[in-house]
Design a protein around this ligand. Structure first.
Ligand code: CP
Length: 310
């Protein structure tokens, strides 16, 4: 198990199963602290966020997590209002944020952006989404959610549905899951199937079966259906998006044909791929998942900012 003090979080591949399990147990521990105890863990520290792409959950949960630790946040969430609009480089923006903060959270549309930024920054850097490549803290909170809801990850049958080509959360999730003994069903239109070259290493450890349709035979096997949005913004050709949008919708009819305790997850934002009609069912855990995001990110920040946690 690695030391987390001052550690960058660029890729989930840099975290072993022991590392992940340590983060999950610290998440339980930090969540159970009294507010005044928790508020000591980031007291006087500043989180600097730089979001070159839109975000609701990731940015707000990091901010809320930092506030719960007694720290503060500053940042850029609309690049049009920052000097990047005047042509300032990512490198200079990182150097400046490094002067003002103790930990940096970066979302950027380019693959490799976080690794580049982490090499430049003296303070630890957390990848909050780098192109179509990775979103490691999303995968950590996804695994934590599975553990909390299903009480185990080993042995689960997990269906991952939707845009598997452009959805970066899927890549981090598959690498995270490759630490466990799970069976993965990947369900997507052929044009949005997984980029095999990007999961080459994970494929050595995972049982993966690919499908085009979410038919009853697969449905009845699944413990978790992890749904993803079709990433319109990453399509080079808008007509290609029109061909695949709305391909899958998880609704009461799908739930009726699945295991009674199947859990529906989604990194969100969700569009038409999950019907609002299932939001109030026990199966829908995507809002719980977003709530665990704040808790997990609070623990991760506490681990990064403190040589000894408590
Ligand atoms: N899951 C996720 O990254 O959501 P946001 O884009 O709202 O941050």
């Amino acid at each position: 198990m690695g030391n987390f003090f001052n550690r960058d979080v660029v890729s989930i591949k840099d975290f072993s199963r022991k590392d992940l399990e340590f983060i999950f147990s610290c998440t339980d521990r930090v969540a159970s602290l009294k507010p005044h105890e928790k508020a000591e863990l980031g007291k006087g520290r500043t989180l600097g966020y730089i979001f070159y792409e839109p975000s609701t959950r990731t940015r707000m949960s990091f901010e809320a997590a930092m506030a719960s630790l007694g720290g503060s946040s500053i940042g850029i969430f609309d690049s049009k209002t920052a000097s990047v609009e005047k042509g300032e480089s990512l490198a200079d923006t990182i150097r400046i944020m490094d002067l003002y903060s103790d930990v940096i959270v970066l979302r950027h549309p380019l693959d490799g952006s976080s690794r580049f930024a982490a090499e430049l920054s003296k303070h630890p850097l957390i990848n909050a989404g780098s192109g179509g490549e990775e979103h490691p803290t999303q995968a950590m909170l996804d695994l934590y959610t599975m553990l909390k809801v299903k009480k185990r990850i080993d042995g689960l049958n997990i269906g991952i549905v939707g845009d598997l080509k452009y959805g970066r959360t899927v890549y981090s999730l598959l690498y995270g899951l490759s630490n466990y003994d799970v069976t993965i069903h990947l369900i997507s239109p052929p044009t949005l199937s997984i980029r095999k070259e990007s999961i080459y290493e994970a494929m050595k450890d995972l049982k993966i079966i690919e499908h085009e349709n979410l038919d009853d035979r697969i449905l009845s096997d699944l413990d978790i259906i992890y749904v993803t949005r079709i990433q319109k913004e990453r399509f080079p050709d808008p007509q290609e998006y029109e061909k695949v949008k709305g391909t899958y919708t998880i609704d009461t009819s799908i739930l009726g044909r699945a295991k009674s305790d199947v859990s529906i997850m989604h990194p969100m934002p969700r569009l038409e791929e999950i019907s609002h009609s299932i939001d109030n069912t026990e199966n829908a855990i995507y809002f719980k998942q977003a709530a665990y995001g704040k808790e997990l990110r609070a623990a991760l920040l506490a681990l990064i900012l403190n040589e000894r946690l408590i």
